[in-house]
Design a protein around this ligand. Structure first.
Ligand SMILES: [Zn+2]
Length: 365
């Protein structure tokens, strides 16, 4: 199953290829699910599967979330074919995140064959644009997640030990533009107002907004300015990224950036700053969901740990709705987005069993 999924290459920027991957999943689950496609705009279609599992309780709802898109262009298989070596399986997108999607299907098919009842109704949402920011899928993800009892994110696990991700940083972006006044640096230096000098002071001020102890970073990523060595610079621009563990810290940074004032009153500052993903915060509900997963893991001989990461996922959107999120339930492996992307074969049945446990054992039971 996983091999077939990996060999359906599905880069985010190739909507037809991503949609083919979603259609493959839709065919696979069609004997036991009702499926619906949502338009993806310039991306592939998003897929929702509502599973028809016997005995599922209707008053609770579990949403599993994954993505069909990968970062690998069509043709990558030529250099990076699906292969097994030393207990590892290699291939484009196998770790992020076709492995996780296949484990979920294995879990569902196993409990279906064994006639074990899930404690909630179960649906699976697979989006087409996660690797490029989930702009098209976000409203569908939020609509599906709202009111769910638990969200299972099939993203890769953390580290060799396969830790779950119970906190993810939120992200924001900003752009700062300084407009000064151009002048000849030899003839009329004092008549100019250097946007580059002003920007240099702003970069230092922005550096002060980073608080490593709180996990707040404001990265000055790209800096451009001026035109010639002998011209007092009329313009400068800075692009950067904001990361934070708590959404309100991110919001406070956005307000601080918007309040930046020029040191040289002849310069003008324009700021565009906004959050694009809220933080996935390790709330009491998330901690409780993790404890539940940990108990199920222990019965399977898995000593599950929790971890946090500076990278965001669709779990960030869902956590912000107040839904308990378990993220990193997918493959154990390494090399996401890298040439040695692989998963550990021996962990496959464990991860599928963990998912099956989460579907069949109610929290608190
Ligand atoms: Zn992913």
């Amino acid at each position: 199953m996983l091999r077939q999924m990996v060999e359906l290459e599905s880069p985010s920027d190739n909507p037809a290829a991503v949609t083919r991957m979603a259609e493959w999943v839709a065919d696979r689950v069609s004997p036991y699910a009702s499926v619906k496609f949502f338009p993806g705009g310039k991306f592939g279609k998003h897929l929702r599967c509502q599973l028809k599992l016997k005995g599922a309780q209707k008053d609770h709802r579990i949403l599993a979330v994954g993505h069909c898109d990968t970062v690998w262009p069509v043709g990558t298989l030529r250099d990076m074919p699906f292969r097994e070596q030393d207990g590892r399986l290699y291939g484009p997108g196998i770790f992020d995140m076709k492995g996780g999607v296949s484990y979920f299907l294995m879990a569902v098919e196993a409990i279906r064959e064994l006639g074990i009842r899930p404690w909630a109704s179960v649906s699976l949402l697979l989006v087409s644009d996660e690797e490029v920011g989930s702009l098209s899928s976000r409203p569908y993800t939020e609509a599906e997640a709202r009111g769910a009892s638990l969200a299972l994110l099939l993203e890769p696990a953390m580290g060799k030990e396969g830790s779950l991700k119970t906190a993810r940083k939120g992200t924001g972006i900003y752009r700062l533009k300084v407009t000064g006044k151009a002048a000849h640096s030899g003839i009329d230096f004092a008549a100019g107002a250097s946007a580059v000098s002003e920007m240099a002071r702003q970069v230092l001020a922005i550096g002060q907004l980073t608080q490593l102890d709180k996990g707040i970073t404001v990265n000055p990523g790209v800096l451009r300015g001026g035109s010639k060595g002998n011209v007092v610079a009329a313009e400068a621009e800075l692009l950067g990224d904001i990361r934070f563990w708590k959404t309100r810290d991110g919001q406070a940074i956005v307000r601080k950036l918007q309040r930046l004032k020029p040191h040289d009153p002849r310069c003008r500052i324009e700021v565009e700053a906004a959050l694009n993903r809220p933080a996935l915060e390790r709330t009491a509900a998330v901690r409780k969901a993790f404890q539940h997963a940990r108990r199920i893991g222990l019965e399977l001989g898995l000593d599950l740990r929790e971890a946090s990461t500076g990278g965001a996922s669709d779990g960030n959107f869902i956590g912000a709705l107040g839904v308990p999120v378990l993220d990193g339930l997918g493959a154990v492996g390494d090399g996401a987005h890298a040439i040695d992307e692989h998963i550990i074969a021996a962990a496959m049945p464990q991860r599928a069993a963990l998912l099956a446990g989460l579907l069949t054992r109610a929290p608190g039971a």
